[in-house]
Design a protein around this ligand. Structure first.
Ligand code: HEC
Ligand code: HEC
Ligand code: HEC
Ligand code: HEC
Ligand code: HEC
Ligand code: HEC
Ligand code: HEC
Ligand code: HEC
Ligand code: HEC
Length: 335
């Protein structure tokens, strides 16, 4: 069995046994912190608090601690906040074993030899090797869907099921600021979605490289109702956030094609004008037969002996829908 399978089955066993036990005796359910002990694999480790962890301060801690204390999570160190207390052990697991040998004498000895005292950090959870669902659970025990509403769809999201974990995007120790700003998402997303970068380099594209639109205007990294991690419930709603004039309803609708903007458009970039999937007339000819027209700007009638114009939208200019009928009183999107 793989490490992960073992981990999951142990977790399942514990949950089941704890669950049954609780039903029988109504004892409190095992505190969630025990979960970390389980990952460490040592139930003899104990939580000792940030101050004790950092008393014999090794070389990382200065900046890590300073940044962390300045962050929104670090601000939750006090029980007065009413929020779960977040300290180093909330993510790294119980620390008693790591500092066991760190006596004042040892620190002093090391200093004399010009050495940095190191804790026995191998006794912490190996966060870098942890399977990503388990890594995310460390965050989710506090950031439940109730606490962080935006995470409601996380478990079913393409990111979660593809083994992307919270800390792939949220770099806890990169600085005091844990918030992901829209301008940072370009580099963050491209790190894994190299192909998308190429799409935005095509001649017609949403101004993402120009930083007028960001990935997160359309996508929610944490998941959503629609496929493709869309920010809104469907594609149309995602697009009409900004292109409200295309929303309708119109007296003359372009059938139900308008429910899916992707029937005609690409979202990121294309070689055709206006982000069109195909150039005209081929775009239209996928669904319609073309027709001959007497002359551009001539009488608005179809006549078999005249020209076949390739830019359908020269005449059918209100292709997204209109309230104004065409010359013959029908909905032909000509005005
Ligand atoms: C919210 C979760 C979380 C908290 C709280 C947290 N860390 Fe971390 N820490 C991580 C993660 C995840 C990593 C793995 C590497 C990374 O993403 O930087 C890590 C890595 C580290 C590393 C190793 C860095 C490296 O380059 O290998 C040190 C040292 C560290 N943390 C110290 C601390 C200290 C000290 C505290 C308390 C002041 C703390 N951490 C609090 C999540 C956390
Ligand atoms: C012990 C509980 C706890 C754990 C574990 C935890 N967090 Fe937090 N986190 C909080 C609290 C409390 C806040 C501050 C209140 C808030 O903004 O929700 C916070 C704030 C944040 C913020 C900033 C929110 C803002 O608006 O400023 C981010 C991002 C974040 N956490 C990500 C993570 C990630 C990623 C992990 C896992 C590596 C993690 N947290 C683990 C409790 C926790
Ligand atoms: C693919 C990248 C990605 C992953 C994975 C991810 N997030 Fe986020 N997260 C973001 C982005 C981007 C934002 C900024 C809000 C937005 O516009 O979507 C954000 C916002 C947040 C916030 C609100 C504070 C802020 O930064 O605005 C919290 C809290 C948070 N994420 C926690 C988590 C937790 C917990 C997980 C794992 C269960 C997680 N995130 C997984 C990218 C990610
Ligand atoms: C750590 C790597 C990683 C990062 C960072 C990341 N993603 Fe992803 N993303 C994935 C993986 C893996 C998938 C699964 C499908 C795939 O391979 O494309 C995925 C899937 C997606 C999908 C859905 C694909 C589909 O087929 O439906 C979207 C949309 C997406 N990511 C957007 C984003 C955005 C926006 C960001 C930046 C905020 C981001 N991702 C950051 C790895 C990542
Ligand atoms: C204007 C809105 C918009 C913007 C901006 C946007 N996307 Fe998308 N993206 C979409 C739509 C719509 C889909 C298609 C979803 C579907 O068909 O289910 C999509 C699909 C995807 C997919 C999965 C399909 C594929 O092509 O592989 C990924 C990955 C993705 N986007 C990543 C990104 C990244 C990364 C950025 C920023 C660099 C970004 N998107 C910016 C709207 C957008
Ligand atoms: C965050 C706002 C925003 C969202 C959401 C958005 N767009 Fe756009 N869109 C823009 C901006 C800004 C432009 C550039 C306008 C300009 O250059 O004058 C643009 C341009 C376009 C263009 C014209 C491109 C060209 O080459 O001139 C099309 C077509 C388009 N968007 C379709 C869509 C579709 C389809 C969606 C949904 C997948 C969508 N937009 C979602 C902001 C948005
Ligand atoms: C039946 C095909 C079709 C569908 C479906 C469609 N479009 Fe278009 N769209 C076009 C064509 C063709 C053009 C370029 C010709 C023009 O300007 O009328 C265009 C141009 C645009 C433009 C840029 C020019 C302008 O009028 O502002 C935007 C923005 C746009 N579409 C948004 C959308 C949105 C949002 C949706 C979904 C609600 C959508 N489109 C659905 C065919 C379509
Ligand atoms: C994805 C398929 C699709 C595409 C692409 C498409 N249409 Fe349509 N169009 C329809 C459907 C379906 C109707 C409704 C037909 C009906 O009601 O008989 C329609 C209706 C029309 C009508 C009104 C005709 C009628 O019989 O009421 C015109 C005009 C029209 N489309 C022009 C265009 C043009 C011009 C383009 C290219 C820019 C285009 N369409 C692209 C599917 C499409
Ligand atoms: C020179 C102007 C012009 C051009 C270019 C044009 N059309 Fe039309 N189209 C019309 C007029 C006018 C009508 C009839 C309007 C009415 O019934 O009131 C029409 C009607 C239609 C109808 C309804 C057909 C029917 O039998 O009633 C469809 C579908 C259509 N056009 C599709 C297209 C497509 C696809 C193209 C591009 C290959 C195109 N049109 C190019 C002017 C044009």
């Amino acid at each position: 069995m793989s490490y992960r399978a073992i981990l999951l089955s142990v977790l399942a066993l514990v949950l089941v046994s704890v669950g049954c036990e609780a039903l029988r005796t109504s004892r409190p359910i095992m505190p969630v912190r025990e979960y970390e002990k389980m990952i460490v694999g040592r139930f003899d480790a104990n939580y000792i608090g940030t101050d004790n962890c950092l008393r014999a301060c090794h070389h990382h801690d200065d900046k890590v601690k300073r940044d962390f204390e300045a962050s929104t999570m670090g601000a939750q160190m006090s029980s007065k906040s009413g929020l779960p207390i977040v300290d180093c052990e909330s993510c790294h697991g119980p620390g008693s074993l790591a500092v066991e040998g760190l006596t004042i004498e040892k620190v002093e000895d090391d200093r004399k030899q010009g050495k940095q005292t190191e804790c026995d950090y191998k006794t912490f959870i190996d966060l870098k090797e942890l399977p990503s669902p388990a890594m995310s659970l460390i965050c989710l025990k506090c950031h439940t869907a109730n606490a962080t509403f935006n995470l409601h769809q996380w478990n079913a999201s393409e990111h979660a099921v593809s083994d992307v974990s919270c800390s792939d995007c949220h770099r806890i120790h990169a600085g005091p600021d844990l918030i992901v700003r829209p301008r940072e998402t370009f580099d963050m997303c491209y790190k894994c979605h190299e192909k998308i970068r190429a799409e935005f380099a095509l001649p017609s594209h949403h101004p993402v490289p120009e930083k007028e639109v960001t990935c997160t205007d359309c996508h929610n990294s944490h998941g959503g109702v629609a496929e493709g991690l869309l920010r809104k419930n469907d594609i149309k709603a995602t697009c009409t956030q900004c292109h409200a004039e295309k929303e309708g309803p119109f007296v003359f609708e372009h059938a139900d094609t308008m429910e899916d903007c992707m029937a005609c458009h690409e979202s990121h970039g294309t070689v055709n004008d206006n982000l069109l999937k195909q150039g005209e007339p081929f775009l239209c000819l996928q669904c319609h037969e073309g027709h001959f027209v007497r002359a551009m700007g001539g009488p608005s009638t179809i006549e078999s002996k005249s020209a076949f114009y390739t830019r359908c939208t020269d005449c059918h200019s209100t292709i997204h829908g209109t309230d104004i009928p065409s010359a013959t009183g029908k909905g032909r999107f000509t005005q």
